[in-house]
Design a protein. Sequence first.
Lengths: 496, 383
Amino acid sequence: MLTMPVPDEDTIRRRSAIAAALRRIVPGEGVIEAPVEMRAFETDGLTAYRQMPLVVVLPETTAQVAAVLEYAHENGIKVVPRGAGTSLSGGALPLADGILLGMAKFNRVLEVDYANRCAVVQPGVTNLAITKAVEHKGFYYAPDPSSQIACTIGGNVAENSGGVHCLKYGLTANNVLGLEMVLVTGEVIRLGGKHLDSEGYDLLGVMTGSEGLLGVVTEVTVRILQKPETARAVLVGFPTSEDAGQCVADVISAGIIPGGMEMMDRPAIHAAEDFVHADYPLDVEALLIVELDGPQVEVDHLIERVSEIARANNSTTLRISTSEEERLLFWAGRKAAFPAVGRISPDYICMDGTIPRKRLPEVLQGMAELSRLHRLRVANVFHAGDGNLHPLILFDANDPDELDRAEKFGADILRLCVKVGGVLTGEHGVGIEKRDLMPEMFSEGDLAQQMRVKCAFDDKGLLNPGKVFPTLHRCAELGRMHVKGGTLPFADIPRF
Amino acid sequence: MGAVLKPATPAELAEMIAAAEAPLEIIGTGTRRHIGHPVQAAATLDMSGFSGIIAYEPEELILDVQAGTPLAEIETMLAARGQQLAFEPPDFSALLGAAHSGSIGGLVASNLSGPRRIKAGAVRDHILGVHGVTGAGNAFKAGARVVKNVTGYDMPKLVTGSWGTLAALTSVILKVLPAPETEETVVLRGLDDAQAVEAMSLAMQSPCEVSAAAYVPDEAVYLRLEGIAPSVAYRRDQLGRVLKRPIEVMAAKSSATTWKAIRDGAMFAGNPRHPLWRISVAPSDAPGIISALRDKLDIRYLFDWAGGLVWLEVPPSHDATEALVRGSFRAGHGTLVRAPEATRAAVNVFQPQEAALAALSARVKDAFDPRHILNPGRMYRGL
């Protein structure tokens, strides 16, 4: 189990006074301190970890968020921001000595501006609700994390969420134009807007994916896109993962960027087929779903080219969707892969590494060896176009030894991803889950530089501590490590 | 300008920056050197020694390249494999009187993108990783050679567009994408500013996947379509129906020439003494800028990014008519991309920021460069 920072007993003793102070800022039912009511906030999508917060506050206005943060900053109290609590990496896990700042009441679409192709929304609006607000005009919001029905756009900004379509349409960072946010001091700033790019440093870029450690977002301006005219999918089975991987590389080398390109391995195919009966082939090692979207004439043309490429890579089954129903059926199994795996195992953890695609066969091979070593099953779904793996590790949380082995297995998978030139997380965030693995990817100097950026936003380290960084150094200490007057020659010498 | 430091390795670069006791002006090839406030530096830090391709993997969509590598060399290499930098890097050599289109590091440092910005994103949307040395002399890396990564803060985006004020980059990793098989441009004539922006907005709201939309006053609205030939033809016809106006169609070759001229600001290249602004606004605000200024100033202008980017050339003056120009729009930002040195020393080249944001930017600067060694003052005074 991962450990969290030791709670400050003095803060916990001041709980009633803190709650009373928050009530003066957010009147009525916006402050929750009864344990039974706070229970709803004790965990997020990483359910193996639970922690009751000190107190929950649910502000409704930017001014209230600013006042809460100013109060917390003045009094040295930690704050954990939270959207819908769907983080898979523990990003919204509360702290026993921290205020949980829930943004659920910021749930309005403020403006849709079709002429400028953007929407201004509050951070508690769900990802899918943005699309719902604009789809009658043929528009949608492109990033589509699988939790899109529940997850909020504020959480998407915090995690830089992706989804099935991000190879072609980008992650959250590529689809957000502007933010209003509150700094830990209570200062309100605006980054970007309906215009493109930044006049100064790209603070919008660094806020996106900062996992609640830099500020609290109170308004988001997103880009909306016209829905593609049509979409068709091709479902291809391969005798080996090498063939499937080569097919993906060949599609991209042919200059084709599909709207979606997903791969599943044998265990995932079988689990999904047993669950939704999508008529997936069961005698293959890898299944690929390639979706082309755009004008009909383009989709028809490209789907033929993709099919030719698949055949040239030894595909054993190949079906092209001929109707919208069939396209959705192809996707049904992939989209149900997580619950399907949930049916064959009491619990599972979903990992999230990204690798250079060409290393896929050896990573799958390595994972099979790790599966034997840790005596746990693993099923793989894979955003094949961008190399983002989602290994699902099957275990039983009621058995503490299995949970421990599952976590070690997961950590070993991520080490393997880094070893082949990949990264710890493609779209789920570091949170607490991958926090202690950060040194696998970054040197102390790299991490120190990231923490200096943290200090520029949050001098006292009050926003979401215990997440992302294995050890959060005090800002003064990081400042001292800076070179002073040219006396320290080299940077790559470890200094702490 | 005094000494020139030319490091050959990242370790040497770190040593030079750490040892520096006075400001350094970072130079790749110097193409964009005259954008920004003049830097009062004791020495020049010449980064052209960091040149060459580290890795180019077309099927992984990855380019890892040393920061001083000439952009032209990179574009030639990508084109040979049918790929490109999708943000359509502009070549400001004619505009700024430079010898060539510059280095990839300079492009990243300036975050300057061309017409395809509205569809494909900016440099900042394609940067995947950086290696560099901070102003404190600390070597660091961020990002990786994969196209999808959220591990740690997005430091690559933070240094993109920081004009060398945070770190000296030694290498950058960029996402590369397939180049379109062909292109066409739909041309609309006889529109005024407001009608032009309206037509571009209609086109952008359609499913026609317009990859660039620009308006050259007294000339035409240009709408570019890219992709495979049957798709381009189909969308051209569809666009004609959406616009409900007579259209002309420009074939691939003249389309490419037209967009290169728009990308590079070619129509402004002949007046080196005339201050030139690039103003980023919500597209629908563009006509208002022109109507606010045209009675007061003898201006020349162009709308790119469907109106979201206003190129504005104003008559020579000591202050580039900054107050008038900045007063012509409410939200957005304007950058003075060309002006004589004395003017650039006197005015705000970049959009002034609100106090809290300026203070945060200053703290970010200090997080990288606490002694203000790297390009101090180039973007903002005190940064």
